[in-house]
Design a protein around this ligand. Structure first.
Ligand SMILES: Cc1cc2nc3c(=O)[nH]c(=O)nc-3n(C[C@H](O)[C@H](O)[C@H](O)COP(=O)(O)O)c2cc1C
Length: 188
């Protein structure tokens, strides 16, 4: 949400393929929608058939300073539609490569929930790697596009946490988004 007359500086790109079964992302998304300076953009709602309007998506990216990606961690990665969106929208000549500097100077911020607990995302945990390591492809995507990689927002063991904990995380998430939005407004 944004005070009248001012364009949001954060584009919150959301992907959850089974929102009717979601708890954590539903609560976080509600918080994100209410955050000042944030425009919420639900990929599975808009593109249930995976037919993405590439031109509209590129214009949307250009209109915002901060690109936030929110998703449940699926097989150590993003859900399929978010990957498809990256593949089709973040094109050579637009996002990277010759003439591809349109996202340069923007920020990339990832917010994701995991089923696994924090201790599993450790060299000696059952997932063997840290979240930082699993998110490297997105971090490097930001780098290739000349974007700044923001410290990700992670909620672990999302299905085990009680409602109060999830709500606390959602409040923290909203503050983080509003902080990014406010900082972005100062730089433009
Ligand atoms: C297809 C699928 C793949 C998943 N892969 C992972 C995974 O790689 N790592 C993990 O920690 N949790 C994984 N999970 C658990 C989800 O991340 C977890 O249920 C979700 O973050 C909870 O958020 P929600 O309540 O909004 O759905 C997976 C769940 C599904 C359905």
């Amino acid at each position: 949400m944004e005070p009248e007359g001012r364009e949001p500086s954060v584009l919150l790109v959301f992907a959850h393929p089974a929102l009717e079964r979601s708890r954590a992302n539903t609560v976080l998304a509600e918080s994100g929608k209410r955050a000042a300076g944030v425009r919420f953009h639900d990929l599975y709602e808009l593109y249930p058939d995976f037919v993405i309007d590439v031109e509209a998506e590129q214009q949307r990216l250009l209109a915002h300073q901060v690109i936030a990606l929110q998703f449940p961690f699926y097989w150590y990665s993003t859900p399929a539609l978010m990957k498809e969106w990256l593949d089709l929208v973040w094109l050579h000549g637009f996002a990277y490569g010759k003439g591809g500097d349109r996202l340069k100077g923007k920020q990339l911020f990832v917010a994701c929930t995991t089923g696994g607990p924090a201790q599993a995302y450790h060299q000696r945990g059952y997932n063997r790697f840290t979240m930082e390591e699993f998110l490297r492809p997105l971090e490097q995507t930001a780098e290739l596009c000349g974007m700044t990689w923001e410290n990700p927002f992670i909620v672990h063991a999302a299905r085990l946490k009680d409602d109060a904990h999830i709500q606390g995380e959602a409040d923290r998430y909203r503050q983080r988004l509003e902080g990014l939005a406010a900082a972005a407004r100062e730089t433009v």
